[in-house]
Design a protein around this ligand. Structure first.
Ligand SMILES: [Zn+2]
Length: 219
C-alpha cells in the first residue's frame, strides 16, 4: 500500500479518536499522531516517507531484512510504536485518548499492507539460534550437550514457522483502484468529523464578531 494511503487513513483514524474528546486541538493532535502512526512501519524502506526522514535507520533495517519482513511490520512493533506516539501526544496535550489514535493508526498499516499481494507476517517472532558449525548430532566431543542444543534450534524453527504466517490480499501496491478509494473515504471522514466537531467553535458568537470585523477591514 502506498505511503499517501497510509498517511491519510491513519490521520482519519486519529481524527476519529480525537473527536471522542472533541475540541480543535484534540482533532489536530489526533490527526497528526494518526498520520505519523500510519506511516511509521515503512521506516524499514529508505524510499518511503518515514524512511526518508530517518534514512540511517531505514538503511540499517533494509540491510537486515527485506522491506515488510522486518520488525516494523509486526503487530508487536505497531502496538508499541502506536502507544509510544500516543503517549507523547498525551503528555503534550493532556488527552489520554490520543493513545488510541496512535495504536489504531499503527495497526491500520498492517491491515492495509495485508490487503496487498505481498502481504504481511504480523505475528512473527525472532529467537536467537545457537551456532552449531562444528557440532553435529553424535559428536563425541560434546556428549550430552549437543542434543539439547540441536533441539533448541529445532524449537526456534518451529516457533518461526507457527508465528510466520503471511496474511495477503489481492491488490497490487500503486496499481490498485482500492488505494485512491481508501484515500477519498478517509478524506471524507476527516472532513465530516472536522465539520461536525469544529463548527460550534468556528461559528460561535465571539468568532462571528471577529469575522464581521475582518470583513469590514478587507471587504
Ligand atoms: Zn508497509
Amino acid at each position: 500500500m502506498r505511503g499517501s494511503t497510509h498517511l491519510i487513513a491513519g490521520a482519519a483514524l486519529g481524527v476519529m479518536a480525537g473527536s471522542l474528546v472533541g475540541g480543535p486541538a484534540e482533532l489536530v493532535a489526533g490527526g497528526v499522531v494518526g498520520g505519523l502512526g500510519g506511516i511509521i512501519s515503512d521506516v524499514d524502506h529508505p524510499g518511503s516517507m518515514a524512511g526518508r526522514w530517518l534514512r540511517p535507520v531505514a538503511v540499517w533495517l533494509e540491510e537486515r531484512s527485506h522491506h515488510r519482513d522486518s520488525l516494523t511490520h509486526t503487530f508487536w512493533f505497531c502496538a508499541a510504536a502506536g502507544f509510544f506516539l500516543g503517549y507523547i501526544a498525551w503528555i503534550l496535550t493532556g488527552e489520554p485518548v490520543l493513545i488510541a489514535a496512535g495504536v489504531l493508526a499503527c495497526l491500520s498499516h498492517l491491515v492495509l499492507d495485508g490487503m496487498t499481494r505481498s502481504g504481511v507476517r504480523p505475528f512473527r517472532v525472532w529467537l536467537p539460534r545457537l551456532k552449531l558449525r562444528n557440532l553435529r548430532h553424535g559428536d563425541k566431543a560434546f556428549p550430552g550437550t549437543k542434543a539439547s542444543w540441536l533441539n533448541w534450534n529445532r524449537f526456534v524453527d518451529k516457533v518461526e514457522y507457527w508465528t510466520g504466517r503471511r496474511f495477503r490480499g489481492r491488490f497490487y501496491t500503486g496499481k490498485s483502484p482500492v488505494e485512491p478509494l481508501i484515500e477519498i473515504a478517509s478524506l471524507l471522514v476527516i472532513a465530516a468529523v472536522g465539520y461536525f466537531e469544529l463548527s460550534p467553535f468556528i461559528f460561535n458568537g465571539d468568532n462571528l464578531e471577529i469575522y464581521r470585523t475582518l470583513a469590514k477591514l478587507f471587504g
